[in-house]
Write a protein that binds this ligand. Structure first.
Ligand code: BES
Ligand code: ZN
Ligand code: ZN
Length: 488
């Protein structure tokens, strides 16, 4: 959705207004108490996730009004506004209207963030992956006008710009995840990465794409092992953004399994249904790189993405095989479905060699994380509390939730192998699966400050969320962008 700014309320366009519980007038319209009374007569109490649509009877700023609830004032934040806007915009879409105006409620201290939250909620709620549905496509609500006081112009414009860039990055990441797996192969992904890099060339973005031959030369035996059962060659992508004023270097590392069948440790049919999403970590990094030229954070960024299918072809790697990662560590493979940690072994070792100030990896790594934290929360593990705090504070403003899990060092013993440096699954079954995944990855970061985000739950949704209908969510693209912009 495209957003513009207006300074007065258009009479002939549906107007979205917000109100907290117990507000006596809509936020930003203190003189219009009658609107709250009319809404209350329709059952509106200002509760979160509630909205009413009505034609106001008395003197009204517009013909049709939607009042959307913000809940209890002291609990509200950016995410409240994002969701309340999304709900209102979905109502407008249900009325088959193409445009909407939204009154800036001025309930947040930071009006740039307020405008950003509103525009993100609106843009993300409208996303649909419908390219394979035949017939005429419904574009939904395509035009928004944010009604603001003139003096807030500069701040609001800043927020709207960020919202547009962030939303585009998220929708791009969602597209990558939603694309069917036989179409979004490692090579297709690499073509898109090349396009993103070319568009960012003037802003300091470069790219190296390592094909199978180069991956062999680099001795990335872990990625090659996972790839060998597939007919699609692997691709290793290293994107780089280097602004002149960079103070720090961050390496982002993404799991890019374009389809996870489980390999010979084959997944049951139902678990395989959504496994095109197993490249969501890499997709999110490509989303970040798409946004960089427009927001130019003052930080050097490496984007490292390891892409391959995990398939059970005739040559497939087998339980009992030993793979040697590029840093020389050997891995005994006992379950070919724990492939994410294997490809990340090479990717993290590669990242550590770049000597960044920190490494953040993103991976749909374990079903155990979905059991532990559900489908809305990512598990965060690592060796650096300050880095966690920075990511966590970004996550609190984006609404993309994280929860810290401990890397219990005693559990490391369960990864000991009698014939290799470590094995890829624990000898203790059904315990602390996500932590075990984190402990495995830790072996490859060379003690660099590092956080692992297990996004197996929130990268995908089967249920309709406030601003994501179904499929890839783009998690945690907005959090990464916010984190990168906050680095000083
Ligand atoms: N890609 C899966 C993890 C996953 C599960 C992501 C559900 C999203 C939703 C991963 O490669 C995997 O299969 N992990 C195994 C690890 C086990 C064999 C130690 C799992 O979670 O069962
Ligand atoms: Zn797997
Ligand atoms: Zn996987």
């Amino acid at each position: 959705m495209k957003f513009s700014i207006g300074y007065s309320i258009p009479k002939n366009q549906t107007l979205v207004l917000f109100a907290f519980e117990s507000d006596t007038a809509p936020a930003g319209l203190p003189q219009k108490k009658a609107l709250i009374q009319e809404a209350a007569a329709l059952g509106f109490k200002g509760k979160e996730n509630s909205a009413v649509v009505f034609n106001p009877k008395g003197a009204s700023p517009s013909k049709l009004v939607i009042l959307s609830g913000l809940g209890v004032k002291k609990n509200a934040g950016a995410e409240t506004l994002r969701r309340a806007t999304a709900l209102a915009v979905k109502r407008v879409a249900a009325l088959s209207q193409k445009s909407v105006s939204i009154l800036l409620p001025q309930t947040m201290a930071d009006l740039a963030r307020e405008a950003q939250s509103i525009a993100e909620g609106a843009a993300l709620a409208g996303y649909k992956f419908d390219k394979y549905i035949s017939g005429k496509r419904d574009r939904g609500v395509t035009q928004g006008t944010l009604i603001i006081p003139k003096k807030t112009d500069a701040e609001v414009k800043k927020g709207l710009k960020l919202a547009q860039v962030f939303s585009e990055a998220v929708c791009f990441a969602r597209d990558l995840v939603n694309e069917p797996p036989s179409r979004m192969t490692p090579i297709e992904f690499a073509k898109l990465a090349l396009e993103v890099a070319q568009k960012g060339a003037d802003s300091g973005v470069t790219i190296k794409i390592l094909d199978k031959k180069k991956i062999e030369e680099m001795k990335m035996g872990a990625i090659l092992g996972v790839n060998i059962g597939s007919n699609e060659p692997p691709v290793f992508i290293h994107m780089h953004y280097k602004p002149a004023n960079a103070k720090k270097t961050v390496a982002l590392v993404g799991k890019g399994i374009t389809f996870d069948s489980g390999g010979l440790s084959l997944k049951p049919a139902e678990s395989m249904e959504t496994m095109k999403m197993d490249m969501a970590g890499a997709a999110s990094i490509l989303g970040v790189f798409k946004a960089l030229p427009a927001i130019k954070p003052e930080v050097e960024i490496h984007g490292i993405m390891a892409l391959t299918e995990n398939m059970p072809g005739g040559k497939a790697y087998k339980p009992g095989d030993v793979l040697i990662a590029m840093n020389g560590k050997s891995i005994e493979v006992l379950n070919t479905d724990a492939e994410g940690r294997i490809i990340l072994a090479d990717a993290l070792a590669y990242a550590a060699k770049l000597n960044p100030d920190c490494i953040i990896d993103l991976a749909t790594l374990t079903g155990a994380c979905v059991i532990a934290l559900g489908s809305l929360v990512a598990g965060a593990m690592g060796n650096d509390d300050a880095l966690f705090d920075d990511l966590n504070s970004a996550s609190q403003s984006t609404g993309e939730q994280l929860w810290k899990l401990p890397l219990v060092k005693e559990y490391r013993d369960s990864l000991k192998s009698p014939i290799a440096d470590l094995k890829n699954i624990s000898s203790v079954r059904r315990e602390a699966g996500s932590i075990i995944g984190g402990l495995f990855l830790q072996e490859f970061v060379d003690n660099k400050p590092w956080i692992h985000l297990d996004i197996a739950g929130p990268a995908w949704t089967d249920r309709e969320l406030p601003y994501c209908k179904h499929g890839g969510t783009g998690f945690p693209t907005r959090t990464l962008l916010t984190y990168l912009l906050n680095i000083r």
